[in-house]
Design a protein around this ligand. Structure first.
Ligand code: BGC
Length: 936
């Protein structure tokens, strides 16, 4: 008998979100059924105010199969209101609907008129304004003086108020210029950290919403806010410059209370707030913090404290236009790691190895110490080859060191930093009288608390480690915004996330997280349509680009700016989110126009306009091939044998001209498809027409008769093939030349940032699948498994970050970009790839020739979990020549989806069902010796 239920209820991709800002939130659910082949034939959805039960929207029974992101159509939602919603479905297999399934969501303060609060500034010495450039960094200039002399203390704010009546519901809305911790009557409002997170504050500042109902009481109450410099005033980014948004920190909050009798109290930040110095002598996101436990004011955030010596605040009379309800998941402590090894002694410091490169901080439990004892914790991602201390993160204001000054409390003390985090695997602790016991020290891992999604495991432990390394780099860099690295820059580089987004989407539900980041990116887009190389982009960044030279002057770049189309497309492809396409559409158009205008304005400097024929001149006036950019950034062969800061300019010089038009055409193709999804058929036709003309121009100017690209590196060939820029009659030649380049490089990649995500697909799709496998299984640098063999626990910024003898370089050990191969593993090795948005239709085509005997993977599609496990029959995974064997594939096809299973070229369509098991003869393990290099 058919039994079906609704499950997995989400609003805007989130489970029961609070403080939502969407005017027309979208609802998703999954139909679960035990009836193979049945579909959702209809649904009914109802939204009601939680308190009154009054229904604000009833969809009525709709005979539709939609179950993902169905938009609210009722009357305007009220701010600061709890709503319940419920849904039931009809299945194609039965006339009776499912039971109702229900969930809830709450709106935040959605409108300007909801706010009565004011920004309040504690009394403070403004942050020292430090202005550094990339040139200063390279020249080795560093700030003078210890952090304690240069940086300033944290501030505390408190507000006391009385409540006469019991509380039914209370929500605290809060934000800061700086970072803050909110407390209510002595208790933290929530378990999130580093609020309000990183935004392009000049345009948008996120407001958190906390359920504090249980923390309030009748009688006297107190709100306490601890405030530090954070991204607003601290030393951030590549340059380590400070006060990039402002030198003064401030906070703003509004507490909305509903009482049992229906009355309402609002407590908002205003002139009644008082402030004082906090116990941190300084606290900086990058430098680290120094907490003097002796300076902690007991009861500072509780009612009844005598705060008569605290100072009044400055109330700012400012517009609150920029406030926006926080969207997505907050940063939390997501994991804790115990040490795997503790060594060292009192003199040299205790060296703690947590066995894993992470973003986070150390929590230390200490015995009773003499008051004033100073305990210092340094952090690094790598040790020298001989196991001694080495600092891999070099730069200005990159100390990554925390200091704790003990109060001498009987029974010992415990310290975890509050206003900073670091990128590290190792910590070195000075000042303890004896080695900490393993139970007394933890690495506390911080990350945006995203819902985990897929997984991937195989019969090969090195490949598994590569996958786990990618997941760890994702965890460490999905921290408020998608960053390049969690130590040196922590910047929202648009190129990096463009490259990595597909992999990220498999491993976690990144929809809300990236939607929020795209809002920042859009806010940072320049009036001329330029999409910046990173976002958030501060007013200081804008000044720098205006006065900088060379790479330092780049505002927008091919492969970086194109994130405005590529990232939304990934979210559409993986989560069926057409809303994110619509939201970013105008920004995409502005970027396309920017490319076209730039193209029309000039020709590459190497060319002479005078000696060009009309056709060539026209071609170059269409192609986006001028201006400084990063090219196929970090192309390995261009980096050898020169100091890094010199070498990084070479790939831009060699490939900068050619990557521009390639990404221009790629983006036109995508925007044309996006326009079609959005029902803008005229745009779709216009852009595909333009792309066609640009393809001609590109081929005429950059592709030789024998299918080669002007620049004889792997990357341009990969991109030209991946983006379908090579005329059909020369495709085979281009592919053959690429294969030649790869083989000539010892079966190793030589692709930069922009091309590496496409390399293996291109090889496979042009008939060089064997070579793709060799590149994957390659264990000499540059290669993914070289890193694994060197003991990497995350993805490195440079393939040679650690030399074969174990000597590390001063580069980031936690850069997710090259982890993009993880998406290929899911799609081409496990074999699951979307054929239509959200995997509603998907292809299953496992690669039995990958040298693996077993692969198991899952994708958490919006319709349900797709699972695949395939195994080659015992004895058939040989390392020999092409072989016939038996493969067993087990596949779970979620309800409301359809799978195409392609085994050895034979296709079969599988409707949704619970489990399909196929045993087929298969061609397997045709690549001799692929796995012949065991880890040392
Ligand atoms: C960052 C990148 C970024 C690049 C731009 C680097 O310093 O770490 O990952 O995309 O600059 O070229």
């Amino acid at each position: 008998m058919d039994r079906h239920i609704c499950d997995g209820l989400r609003v805007e991709h989130l489970e029961a979100p609070l403080g939502l800002g969407a005017e027309r939130p979208r609802f998703s659910w999954r139909m679960e059924t035990n009836d193979v082949g049945s579909w959702q034939a209809g649904y009914e959805l109802e939204v009601a105010e939680a308190e009154t039960g009054s229904v604000v929207w009833a969809s009525g029974q709709r005979n539709e199969s939609d179950s993902v992101l169905v938009a609210y159509e009722g009357a305007a939602l009220r701010s600061n209101t709890a709503y319940t919603w419920r849904v039931r479905t009809w299945s194609s297999a039965s006339a009776a609907p499912s039971e109702w399934a229900s969930s809830r969501f709450e709106t935040g303060l959605m409108r300007r008129s909801d706010w009565s609060a004011h920004w309040v500034e504690p009394e403070q010495v403004p942050a020292g304004v430090e202005r550094w450039t990339m040139v200063d960094w390279i020249a080795g200039r560093r700030p003078e003086g210890e952090p304690a002399q240069r940086l300033r203390p944290t501030r505390l704010l408190r507000q006391s108020f009385d409540l006469a009546l019991p509380v039914l519901r209370a929500r605290l809305y809060a934000t800061a210029r700086g970072i803050y911790e909110a407390h209510v009557n002595g208790r933290a409002a929530d378990d999130q950290v580093l609020a309000p997170g990183f935004d392009s504050y000049a345009h948008r500042t996120s407001v958190q919403c906390y359920d504090v109902t249980g923390l309030l009481r009748t009688g006297p109450n107190a709100l306490g806010f601890a405030l530090a410099d954070g991204w607003w005033a601290g030393r951030i980014g590549l340059t380590g410059s400070s006060a990039q948004w402002g030198a003064r920190i401030a906070a703003l909050w509004q507490l909305e209370i509903e009482h049992v009798d229906g009355s309402h109290t609002t407590v908002a930040s205003d002139a009644t707030v008082r402030s004082t110095r906090g116990p941190h002598d300084y606290a900086d996101l990058f430098v680290g913090e120094r907490l003097d436990r002796r300076a902690v004011i007991d009861g500072w955030n509780e009612p009844g404290l005598d705060d008569s010596r605290w100072r009044p605040v400055r109330v700012l009379d400012e517009d609150l236009e920029n406030l926006t309800p926080f969207h997505g998941e907050p940063v939390r402590r997501v994991l804790e790691l115990a040490p795997v090894r503790i060594s060292g002694d009192v003199d040299s410091g205790f060296l703690v190895d947590f066995g894993q490169v992470v973003a986070g901080r150390v929590r230390l439990t200490m015995p009773q110490l003499a008051p004033g004892t100073t305990v210092t914790i340094e952090h690094t991602e790598a040790l020298a080859a001989d196991g001694s201390w080495f600092v891999n993160i070099d730069g200005i204001n990159k100390e990554q060191t925390d200091v704790y000054v003990a109060a001498g409390l009987a029974g010992g003390e415990r310290y975890e930093p509050s206003f900073t985090f670091h990128g590290f695997r190792y910590a070195r602790v000075h000042g303890l009288p004896a080695a900490p016991s393993p139970a007394d020290i933890r690495a506390v891992v911080l990350s945006s608390d995203l819902e985990p999604a897929g997984d991937f495991t195989t019969s090969d432990e090195r490949l598994n480690r590569l996958h786990r390394n990618t997941v760890w780099s994702q965890r460490g860099n999905f921290l408020s915004i998608p960053t390049d690295c969690p130590q040196r820059e922590r910047a929202g580089w648009s190129g990096d996330i463009q490259v990595f987004a597909p992999a990220a989407a498999n491993n976690a539900n990144v929809a809300a997280f990236l939607t929020r980041w795209l809002r920042n990116l859009r806010a940072d887009q320049l009036p001329d349509g330029a999409v910046p190389i990173y976002s958030p982009r501060s007013p200081f960044d804008a000044d720098q680009a205006a006065t900088g030279e060379g790479l330092g002057a780049i505002v927008a770049a091919p492969g970086w700016g194109d994130a405005i189309a590529i990232v939304p497309w990934v979210l559409y492809e993986r989560y069926a989110d057409a809303g994110v396409l619509a939201e970013n559409y105008d920004a995409m158009l502005a970027w396309i126009d920017h490319q076209a205008r730039t193209a029309a304005a000039g020709i590459p400097a190497r060319l002479d306009r005078g000696s060009m024929d009309a056709r060539t001149r026209e071609n170059h006036s269409l192609l986006f091939n001028t201006g400084e950019n990063f090219g196929d950034w970090l192309t390995p062969s261009t980096l050898r044998g020169r100091p890094l800061h010199e070498a990084i300019g070479i790939a831009p010089r060699l490939t900068g001209e050619i990557v521009g038009p390639m990404f221009q055409i790629r983006t036109l193709d995508l925007v044309s498809r996006i326009a079609a999804v959005l029902g803008r058929d005229d745009d779709a036709a216009r852009f595909s027409g333009r792309a066609r003309r640009l393809r001609q121009a590109f081929a005429e100017e950059y592709i030789t008769e024998d299918g080669r690209l002007g620049c004889d590196l792997q990357g341009p060939h990969v991109l030209a093939l991946a983006f379908d820029l090579v005329p059909e009659d020369r495709r085979a030649l281009a592919a053959a030349h690429l294969a030649h380049l790869v083989r000539a490089n010892g079966d190793r990649l030589d692709t930069g940032f922009l091309s590496v995500p496409h390399l293996l697909d291109v090889l496979q799709d042009t008939g060089y699948g064997d070579l793709a496998q060799r590149v994957l299984w390659q264990s000499e640098e540059p290669s993914w498994l070289y890193e694994v063999d060197q003991g990497a626990t995350t993805i490195w910024e440079s393939w040679d970050a650690v030399a074969p003898d174990g000597t590390p370089r001063a580069v980031s050990m936690n850069h997710y970009a090259f982890g993009c191969v993880d998406d290929w593993l899911y799609r081409r090795v496990a074999g699951i790839s979307p054929l239509s948005a959200g995997y509603r239709e998907f292809l299953v085509e496992p690669d039995f020739t990958s040298g693996l005997s077993h692969v198991q993977a899952s994708i958490n599609s919006p319709y349900g979990r797709i699972e695949i496990a395939w195994t080659l029959a015992e004895g058939t995974t040989n390392e020999g020549t092409a072989d016939e064997g038996t493969a067993t594939v087990e596949l779970t096809v979620p309800p409301n989806t359809r799978a195409t299973l392609r085994l050895d070229g034979v296709e079969e369509t599988l409707p949704n069902g619970f489990h399909v098991r196929r045993t087929n003869p298969a061609r397997i393990a045709s690549h001799a010796g692929l796995r012949a290099h065991p880890a040392p």
